[in-house]
Design a protein around this ligand. Structure first.
Ligand code: ARG
Length: 693
């Protein structure tokens, strides 16, 4: 049985104006009508759930809107911290009620506004909290809610003062459904809703319904209780199996509230299997800015607040010291928050640009990066800053420089070129005496992307082996991408292991090379050896590629192959002389597609082109990877991981391997741009070549 909390409207009235609905209604409420309407609502609720009450307090005319008193989830209750001073005394009353009712009370910082369930709606059956900000509740409280309650929060920004609380324009329903009024939200928020809720599970209500508080609805089982719903809305809800009970609440609408505002849900739970989740990382980011200058002139501060809000962020004045005389400057510390890092960076930049006469500095910034000169060739200072695959900035002489040639496990070298300081990743072994290298973490910022939302389908490796359907879908998508890359003369780099040849994928890979889908091939000695062997003898490591059985004496084929290529002088020469008439290497030579073969300790031969100097081989790989749009890693753990280390985040990686461990290893990059497909690489290439034909 569901449980809700209500508060009798004995003190209810409109005594001040804190939202547009209250304008013109001060003193205009009929206590009797309000009571009658409230009783009718509670009558409907009582027939469907257990109703508890909190005692109203004199002098708090809005307390009947209990939804704003706090938010209950499982055993936790988070009392509101009101944005409006008129309602601040309610916090203590809800706090006391919750602890008496046995909740673990989770108190938020006093100065971070959070108006309870009015701006925090749990998505039943999902592990997600929809939270509103922009009018009353702050964006900052979303981050605290996420961390304290260990839940994911989807932050929606409200942009219409009439829809000042999320529960006036948004109803999350079970089965991944929502009812909402899109015009109440900014573009980013609408996109977020669209990305989290499938189109056939969203009902967009009309202006008429929205303005009559249709979205201010209480759901109990398959019943929705609200002030009003148009026949059209009722029909759509009936299709979803909901019955709508409309009960007039216009006396409360004079204060800006209706059914949902008058009800607080008490039995919300995190679905089983989600509650033990480790800490949740909220994507919300904040940055404190120190502002110095004539802040009181030309309303610099109010303009700054406006700019931040309009850009979708939220700002708080943490400190202010005004100049005492007209010619003195003022100082302010402004904390700016945004739903995610890139937006925060854009907002900070806009603030800089909009206040040219004001010094805006990032607070707490450690100043410039520490640089030290290299003393010994090929050796970095002991505490050198070790690079990652993520975009990185270093601060030099007060300016942030984006690090170039981003890769993992390198040092960051700062040098001056054409009077400009530049920063780039350099392997420690390539450092020369006198090079300036970043030490420690001061003045370094790394832009690590947030982990994807829990429950979203991440790549393909979740189940180990990908189902046929999923492989087909992945190939379909990949083919589309490869066509696009070819059309715009982009770069696809293939990293492949010999299994490609053993599994019969060689001819399909050869087709891709021939048709211009591959701009560089990175492999070891073996891929080339077996590809050439297949061409000369029809076998791969002695196994007949057509019959799939070992050929008598076939174990000698690959050595014979190497021997014949060495006799010809090189793979390229063997192709030109007509010795090799097909296959992957043949197509590379013919189409002038560069290939780099990196040697290893187990190599036979090696082939003349195989680079046995590993440092050279790494450098050769790295050269081919510059500007790659897509890297296709085919059944090779060694070379794929090597390539992964050299590749900055942001490059699309597709890793195909029969061994889930290899695929997972690459997906560890945590980036959405990597896809892992666990399947037989020969079958995969066959499918891909078919799709690209
Ligand atoms: N007059 C109240 C206020 O402005 C109404 C609150 C409505 N509550 C809600 N959850 N939308 O605070």
């Amino acid at each position: 049985m569901a449980r809700v909390l209500v508060c009798p409207p004995t003190s209810f009235g409109v005594e001040y104006v804190i939202n547009p609905w209250m304008t013109g209604n001060v003193g205009a409420v009929s206590a009797r009508t309000a009571r009658r309407q409230w009783d009718a609502l509670v009558h409907i609720l009582s027939a469907r759930c257990e109703v508890s009450t909190i005692d109203p307090a004199p002098g708090l005319p809005d307390m009947c809107f209990v939804a704003n008193g706090g938010f209950a989830l499982g055993r936790a209750f988070v009392p509101a911290t009101f944005a409006v001073s008129q309602r601040t005394p309610e916090t203590a009353l809800f706090h006391d009620w919750a602890s008496a009712a046995g909740y673990d009370v989770v108190a938020l910082e006093e100065d971070i506004p959070f108006e309870g369930e009015g701006d925090a709606l749990w998505w039943p059956g999902q592990a997600l909290l929809w939270a509103g900000y922009g009018v009353r509740s702050s964006l900052e409280c979303h981050r605290t809610l996420a961390e304290r309650l260990r839940v994911h929060v989807a932050s929606l920004r409200l942009i219409d003062a009439r829809f000042y609380h999320l529960d006036t324009c948004f109803v999350p329903l079970p089965d991944k459904r929502v009812i909402y009024y899109p015009a109440a939200f900014d573009l980013r928020s609408r996109r977020l809703v669209e990305s989290l809720v499938p189109a056939d599970r969203r009902i967009e209500v009309s202006d008429e319904d929205a303005l009559h508080f249709a979205c201010n609805a209480v759901r109990l089982g398959n019943t929705l209780i609200c002030n009003h719903a148009s026949p059209a809305l009722r029909r759509r809800l009936a299709d979803w199996g909901y019955e709508v009970i409309a009960t007039p609440l216009d006396e409360f609408i004079k204060a800006g509230g209706a059914a949902k505002c008058l009800t607080l849900l008490l039995d919300q739970e995190v679905p089983a299997g989600f509650e033990s989740r480790a800490a949740v990382r909220s994507p919300i980011r904040s940055q404190a800015l120190e502002m110095d200058g004539h802040l009181l002139d030309k309303s610099v501060l109010p303009r700054a607040f406006e700019l931040v809000a309009e850009a979708g962020g939220s700002a708080r004045l943490e400190r202010f010291r005004g100049g005492a005389r007209a010619d003195q400057t003022s100082h302010a510390r402004l904390k700016v928050s945004a739903p995610e890092q890139p937006l925060l960076e854009r907002i900070v930049q806009q603030l800089h640009d909009a206040t040219p006469d004001i010094a805006v500095a990032v607070a707490g910034e450690t100043g410039d990066a520490t640089l030290s000169a290299v003393k010994q060739a090929g050796v970095a200072p002991d505490d050198f800053c070790c690079s990652t695959i993520y975009p990185t900035d270093v601060r030099v002489a007060g300016r942030w420089l984006r690090v170039g040639a981003q890769r993992m496990d390198a040092a960051i070298r700062v040098s001056v070129q054409a009077e400009e300081a530049i920063a780039a990743c350099v392997l420690p072994r390539d450092l020369r005496p006198g090079d300036l290298v970043v030490r420690g973490e001061n003045g370094v910022r790394v832009h690590v992307p947030e982990t994807p939302h829990a429950g979203t389908d991440f790549g393909f490796m979740s189940a180990g082996v990908s189902s046929e359907r999923r492989v087909e879908n992945a190939v379909e998508e990949l083919a589309l991408e490869m066509r696009r890359i070819r059309a715009r003369h982009g770069r696809t780099v293939v990293v492949a292991g010999p299994v490609v040849i053993h599994t019969g994928g060689g001819r399909h890979l050869a087709d891709l090379v021939r048709d211009g889908y591959v701009q560089a091939l990175l492999a070891g000695n073996a891929l080339a050896v077996h590809d050439l062997e297949a061409n000369l003898y029809g076998t791969s490591l002695g196994v007949d590629l057509v019959r799939g059985a070992a050929v008598r004496g076939g174990h000698r084929h690959h050595l014979r192959t190497i021997n014949r290529i060495r006799a010809a002088g090189s793979i390229a020469a063997a192709v030109r002389s007509g010795l090799i008439g097909g296959g992957v290497m043949f197509e590379c030579v013919r189409g002038e597609v560069p290939f780099e073969l990196a040697g290893s300790i187990r190599d036979d031969g090696p082939l003349p082109e195989t680079r046995m100097d590993l440092i050279e081989a790494q450098a050769a790989y790295a050269r081919q990877l510059v500007g790659a749009d897509l890297i296709l890693m085919l059944a090779t753990m060694l070379h794929a991981i090597g390539v992964g280390n050299m590749t900055p985040a942001g490059v699309r990686l597709v890793c195909v391997d029969i061994n889930p461990a290899v695929v997972t290893k690459l997906a560890d990059r945590g980036s959405v741009e990597s896809t892992g497909i666990v399947t037989d690489v020969g079958l995969f290439l066959n499918l891909l070549a078919q799709r690209l034909r």
